[in-house]
Design a protein around this ligand. Structure first.
Ligand code: FPP
Length: 246
């Protein structure tokens, strides 16, 4: 079934080069099963594996996942602890497979706030997979888009004060180059699960012209099949970038 969808995606061509995902609904998935919230996050880890495999199969070049926001630091300590443990479990389990598949992983966000153990695991994964050339996987952790933009403004100001940058040269491109995502093109497609129509402070600058796809499916139930359905929906869109159709 999902293989037939993949075949259609390939026949249509125009696979989005960059897909971003707000992985939402882990808590509701757990609640529906009368389980504690961390069980939802654990099930969500399996969905991460599914979308990485699906992105590789479809030929997506960049996949950016929102795993933990700056606001998420306000969650109960036991849930934050469970998420950090899960991150380290994910890294331990998936590192060799990610490398073997040609996936290079980067973590984007205010990583200073992570525990030393989580930092070390993240650094290990980034170093180990740095050569991967098939898929760039960005995992946003301790990430907030407004904070990212404020950081870019700070970097620009520092360059201006030091005389390295004329304020007249502060263009959109100059801002883009100071974002965590500077190395990649903007997302073509944003997927949000669990039926919420919000950006939640995710990639506000970068999503300016992204196509939005919201599905009611809760993140732990998201699989290759749902990813391919989202790619097919994207392929039916008419992207105009503010111009008129060709
Ligand atoms: C949102 O659901 C999800 C998160 C805050 C965490 C996302 C984490 C994972 C998918 C697992 C680990 C990921 C990696 C990359 C190892 P929610 O808790 O806000 O759900 P709710 O809105 O239903 O309460």
């Amino acid at each position: 079934m999902s293989e037939e969808l993949l075949r259609q995606v390939k026949v249509n061509g125009s696979v989005p080069a960059h897909v971003a995902i707000i992985m939402d609904g882990n808590g509701r998935w757990a609640r529906e099963r009368a389980l504690p919230r961390p069980f939802g996050h654990k099930a969500g880890m399996k969905a991460v594996r599914e979308v990485v495999e699906g992105a590789l199969a479809a030929g997506v070049e960049v996949l950016t996942l929102f795993a933990f926001s700056q606001e998420n630091w306000q969650r109960p300590a036991d849930e934050i602890g469970a998420l950090m443990d899960l991150l380290q479990e994910y890294i331990a389990r998936e590192m060799s497979e990610l490398k073997a598949q040609g996936v290079s992983v980067r973590f984007l966000g205010d990583l200073e706030r992570l525990s030393p153990g989580a930092r070390a695991a993240i650094d290990r994964l980034m170093t180990h997979t740095a050569e991967g050339g098939r898929l760039a996987l960005n995992i946003c952790i301790s990430y907030g888009s407004r904070a990212e933009l404020a950081r870019a403004a700070r970097l620009l100001a520092e360059d201006a004060v030091a005389g390295r940058l004329d304020p007249a040269e502060i263009t959109e491109e100059a801002v883009t180059r100071r974002l965590y995502t500077a190395a990649w093109p903007d997302p073509d497609l944003l997927i949000r699960t669990s039926g919420e129509f919000r950006l939640s402070n995710f990639l506000l600058w970068q999503l300016a012209y992204a196509e939005l796809y919201v599905t009611p499916v809760l993140w732990p139930d998201f699989s290759r099949k749902q990813l391919f359905e989202a790619l097919l929906a994207y392929q039916r869109r008419d992207r105009r970038f503010g111009k008129v159709s060709a």
